[in-house]
Design a protein around this ligand. Structure first.
Ligand code: RIB
Length: 310
């Protein structure tokens, strides 16, 4: 059920149909691996994050994405509808819905290649009015000029701008300066900050007030206007980590939209992303809000964070 008291979350970004093969291990360059079962799942970082904000985070959520006029789009629409996400879809471009080819290993790790298709057609002029939107969540699977234009419009409208700088790529400093909360993994941080050998130092080098770094099984750290926060991961039996980072982002922004402090939002996001690893598929793995609450109550990770000045 949505928390209607929270300002809406607008996610603007990619939507893909994921073609997933399970295999013993992810192939090395030049290697062919004989995999096992094959499945298609609704995915795409933008759509995954929207499903997470709505289903795991329980806030009113809208998604702006570009879709084709094809059966893959119908799969994505059904998933978004099922999660209660309000979709604004741009379709007048003649391109197919984006697809991702994913190998998931027995160690639950993945390797992903995306053919952007329609995602490449998302343009600045497609942004809907931001009335009632408190948080705008962006990623980097759509053109970076579009991401920058949306961040600028969100900043001008007084919304909180959250950027998940994934997949890893250079981001202009002018765009980073429009961001209120940046979420990255270690590789993405290293690219943006030069290196990430010293995490707090790397986070401090970025021109963003709040930087969150996800560390997989090691949890996450955040620099919150100079204060360092650490959140351990919740221990779960992982079967597929695809979309775990997206679930983290969506749940984090939903928690911030419900007025939680960053430390508490990190704990919720960590619980949601841990649960996302226990089921196959990106959007199919996003947990219900009740499951997140139950894990938080069970308290498999500390309930309070040690804050220190970085
Ligand atoms: O983050 C996982 C997602 O990355 C997948 O769903 C795939 O579509 C790619 O966008």
């Amino acid at each position: 059920m949505n928390d209607a008291s929270a300002g809406a979350v607008l996610v603007a970004g990619s939507a893909n149909l994921d073609y997933v093969v399970r295999a013993g291990h992810i192939p090395a360059p030049g290697e062919t691996v004989l995999g096992r079962d094959f499945a298609t799942h609704p995915g795409g970082k933008g759509a995954n994050q929207a499903v997470a904000a709505a289903r795991a985070g329980g806030v009113p959520t809208r998604l702006l994405a570009a879709l084709g006029r094809d059966p893959a789009a119908a799969v994505l629409e059904a998933s978004l509808r099922g999660a209660g996400v309000a979709l604004t879809a741009h379709r007048d471009h003649g391109l197919p819905t984006g697809v991702a080819f994913i190998c998931v290993s027995d160690a639950a790790e993945n390797a992903i290649t995306v053919a952007p298709g329609a995602n490449a057609a998302l343009r600045p002029e497609h942004l809907p009015p931001l009335d009632g939107v408190g948080h705008v969540l962006l990623q980097l699977e759509t053109p970076i000029e579009t991401v920058a234009a949306y961040a600028r419009a969100a900043r001008e409208a007084g919304a909180c701008v959250v950027l998940n700088a994934a997949p890893a790529r250079d981001v202009p400093e002018a765009l980073l300066r429009l961001v209120d909360v940046l979420v990255v993994n270690e590789g993405e941080l290293a690219l943006l900050a030069g290196d990430a050998a010293d995490l707090p130092a790397a986070m401090r080098r970025l021109p963003v007030a709040r930087v969150v770094v996800t560390l997989g099984a090691a949890g996450c750290v955040a620099l919150d206007r100079g204060t360092l926060l650490r959140q351990p991961a919740f221990a779960v039996p992982a079967v597929d980590t695809t979309g775990a980072g997206d679930t983290f982002c969506g749940a984090l922004v939903a928690a911030l939209a419900r007025g939680l402090a960053l430390a508490d939002a990190l704990r919720e996001a960590s619980a949601a992303s841990a649960l996302a690893c226990t089921a196959p598929g990106a959007q199919t793995g996003v947990p219900e809000r009740a499951q997140v609450r139950a894990l938080l109550v069970a308290g498999a990770a500390p309930s309070s964070l040690a804050g220190s000045t970085a």
